[in-house]
Design a binder for this molecule. Structure first.
Ligand code: SF4
Length: 376
């Protein structure tokens, strides 16, 4: 069981908080698509013919592409990989791209899950973020997508931002509930170095992010989603029963995946590799039949630290039998001992088989995981 991720490195506008790899110049779009198609062929043995259960178009903004281009990429995957009969095929999309005609074409091309970058249903939030869409487009694209037949929809929302009041945050989340959106990905606004947001905060054009506000929004969110029947299955992800993201869940379970396109990462169970995050260098290299990737073989300590970091963020938790089997019984015992202070504080629980974060513990997820890290 494996997945394929395709990175489409183009966006209409640069959102002020974003540090992903993308370009707002699209004149070489067709050349890039040719390169990504070719990389899919060059990398066809990476997953050793394992069955592909999930395909994920991310970016950047994949919805910027015509549906025909998505169809061509899917065709290349089907010709060169062993694809399961009904794979989950997700497209990340922005509301301004999702007009009814385009939605229908994407549906017909085989996209069966949309992950839509709504971020907020309020104009003042969207404006400081420099999003390409407005609040009305955010609402209408969701209604149109559902009318056309997309039932598996996720939306991204950002909390803790400078213009987002507690009441507006409540309205954002409850708007998603009212629209019957089965999956939410909600992120605290973070200031990444070098972004426009970082610059504006340094210049005092935007107030600094208030961590207490973000923590309050997170707490409010956890209560609302619980009441509304969503499972908080990963620290930033909430789903109605049966509506988890299969693609992201397979990352969290440590399944192998191939990432194609500039800056895309791949994992084969033992090593990670990542493509150059530069569109021109990527295309040049692929033209010469070489995948421009750096490779890192994971040491046992790296694998363990990664497992702790990821597993503690999920509702399934850290599987003590898995630790014992893959890293040794001594480490399992260390972890049980190390978890005791957190259990006493009320930040962790255990049933003897799994360690899980409590609601309180989720505020400190990364810090708690780091306390268990091993050194090489
Ligand atoms: S659309 Fe997405 S990838 Fe593009 S700049 Fe905005 S947040 Fe970043």
């Amino acid at each position: 069981m494996a997945g394929i991720y395709i990175h489409i490195p183009f966006c209409k506008k640069a959102c002020h908080y974003c540090n992903f790899h993308f370009s707002t110049t699209t004149y070489y779009r067709d050349e890039m698509l040719e390169a990504i198609n070719k990389e899919l062929v060059l990398q066809q043995s990476y997953l050793h013919n394992q069955t592909i259960h999930t395909i994920y178009f991310g970016g950047g903004t994949p919805s910027i592409l015509p549906a025909g281009a998505i169809q061509t990429l899917l065709q290349t995957i089907r010709e060169h990989y062993n694809v399961a009969p009904s794979p989950e095929i997700t497209l990340e999309a922005n509301p301004d791209d999702l007009l009814p005609g385009k939605l229908q074409e994407l549906f017909d091309a085989g996209i069966n899950r949309l992950s839509i970058g709504v971020q907020s249903f309020f104009e003042d939030d969207l404006q400081w973020m420099n999003r390409a869409h407005n609040a009305d487009q955010a609402l209408r694209c969701l209604q149109d997508a559902q009318r056309i037949g997309f039932s598996n929809i996720s939306i991204d929302l950002i909390y803790g931002g400078p213009t987002l009041t507690d009441e507006a945050w409540k309205q954002n989340v409850h708007q998603a509930f009212a629209l019957n959106i089965p999956h939410l990905s909600c992120y605290a606004l973070t200031v990444e170095p070098g972004t426009a947001l970082d610059h504006f905060i340094n210049k005092k054009k935007i107030p600094a992010i208030d961590p207490d506000k973000a923590a309050k929004h997170f707490e409010m969110l956890m209560n609302w989603v619980e009441e509304a029947g969503y499972e908080h299955y990963e620290i930033s992800n909430y789903a109605k029963p049966g509506m988890h993201s299969q693609h992201n869940s397979s990352y969290w379970k440590g399944m192998p995946y191939l990432g194609v396109g500039p800056s895309a990462h791949s994992y084969d169970g033992n090593s990670r590799q990542w493509n150059v995050a530069n569109n021109q260098l990527y295309m040049q290299s692929i033209r010469q039949d070489t995948v421009p990737a750096e490779v890192e073989t994971l040491s046992p300590a790296m694998k363990f630290n990664e497992y702790m970091m990821i597993s503690l963020r999920t509702s399934r938790g850290t599987d003590l039998a898995y630790i014992s089997e893959h890293f040794g019984e001594a480490l399992r015992l260390d972890i049980e001992t190390g978890s005791k202070p957190f259990i006493t504080k009320g930040w962790m629980t255990t049933d003897g088989h799994f360690l899980r974060l409590t609601k309180e513990g989720k505020f400190f997820a990364d810090g708690i995981a780091a306390e268990f890290f091993m050194e090489d």
